[in-house]
Design a protein around this ligand. Structure first.
Ligand code: AFP
Length: 332
């Protein structure tokens, strides 16, 4: 590449393609990039400062909350609550919606995020990530946002993406016009465009699933997995959705977290529709891939609850369709 394009320049260029744009979405994306840089700094410093470990609190999912989750959540809320751009926020870490405090104006957009996905991996220095999506509010302008503003299907997403904290920090996002990947140059503190117009390779290399749970899957999912093995795909599973998705986005493959019978309280698998599945499904579709709950596109699901779970099959179009065929009972 003969030109250096920072994320700011790129987002601004996208805005200029829409003469009607006010710059509000652009500013929200800048702030997410800034939050990503702050969280990246903390994740790297955490090990050194011995702040790893658990706070002893449990989040709404009943999972222990690591300190970095708190930091990441607070960083995103603090950067966004006073700007007058958002009507309301929703976070995977918080049970209810996050209202904009009364002293600040509200805006036209809704921000949903998982501040630190894969956080059980933090203590092992394994890649983790932040996932986000931005939608337009449904409630009237000038009022406080509501839970209905958050409960929208993925088809209404205006922009979505993630920040991956791995060997390098990357921000990958789409505002509906291709999927772009930026790598953080730590020395200058800028995200630089390194992966323009990402598309999922047509020939898949990987399948990613927690095969430790195989005995709890349906027969259809077991047979689908056998079929992937027969295709000589390599198994790769990190256990951090962002990292697993990112690898398959660049290398080609499928990630799935099916429903299983381990926990009767979680009949639809582990992953959250609004905070994890929908944003990544938006990216997958814009990268030429597909995402499904096994029966319908993830983006078509009308959410009923903020923390709704869904089975997820995401990645190469052909492989996701193959999973759907197995689940329907008409395997090829
Ligand atoms: P944690 O945030 O508790 O580590 O969960 C991560 C996650 O939601 C997602 O990032 C992974 O893909 C998935 O869970 C891993 O779940 P298993 O540990 O059950 O495989």
């Amino acid at each position: 590449m003969d030109r250096v394009i920072t994320i700011e320049r790129h987002i601004l260029r996208q805005q200029q393609m829409h003469p009607e744009a006010t710059g509000t979405l652009t500013s929200i994306l800048y702030d997410i990039a800034l939050a990503g840089k702050m969280i990246a700094r903390e994740t790297t410093r955490a090990a050194l400062e011995e702040i790893l470990g658990l706070t002893g609190r449990f989040n709404v999912q009943g999972e222990e909350v690591a300190k970095l989750d708190d930091y990441a959540n607070a960083a995103i809320v603090r950067l966004n609550q006073f700007t007058g751009r958002l009507a309301v926020m929703g976070s995977e870490e918080i049970g209810d919606i996050i209202p904009i405090p009364d002293e600040y104006p509200t805006g036209r957009y809704v921000l949903l995020f998982d501040p630190l996905d894969g956080s059980s991996n933090i203590d092992y220095s394994v890649s983790i990530g932040t996932i986000f999506s931005i939608l337009r509010r449904k409630s009237p302008d000038g009022t406080r946002g509501t839970v209905e503003d958050c409960l929208q299907s993925g088809r209404n997403i205006v922009a979505a993406g993630y920040v991956l904290y791995g060997p390098s920090t990357m921000m990958v996002y789409s505002s509906g016009n291709g999927v772009q990947g930026f790598t953080l140059d730590q020395t200058v503190g800028e995200f630089l465009l390194t992966h323009p117009d990402i598309t999922i390779p047509a020939k898949p290399k990987f399948y990613s699933v927690n095969q430790g749970y195989e005995r709890h899957w349906s027969r259809e999912i077991q047979e689908f997995t056998n079929c992937l093995q027969a295709k000589n795909l390599s198994l790769r599973y990190i256990g951090s959705l962002v990292a697993d998705f990112h690898r398959n986005l660049l290398g080609g493959g499928i990630f799935y977290y099916p429903a299983d019978t381990r926990d009767p309280k979680l009949p639809h698998g582990k992953l959250r529709l609004l905070y994890e599945a929908s944003p990544l499904s938006f990216l997958a579709e814009h990268a030429g891939g597909k995402a499904s709950d096994g029966r319908q596109p993830i983006l078509d699901i009308e959410p009923e609850k903020l923390h709704q779970r869904t089975p997820l099959f995401i990645g190469n179009k052909e492989l996701v369709e193959l999973a759907e065929a197995y689940i329907r009972g008409d395997k090829p």
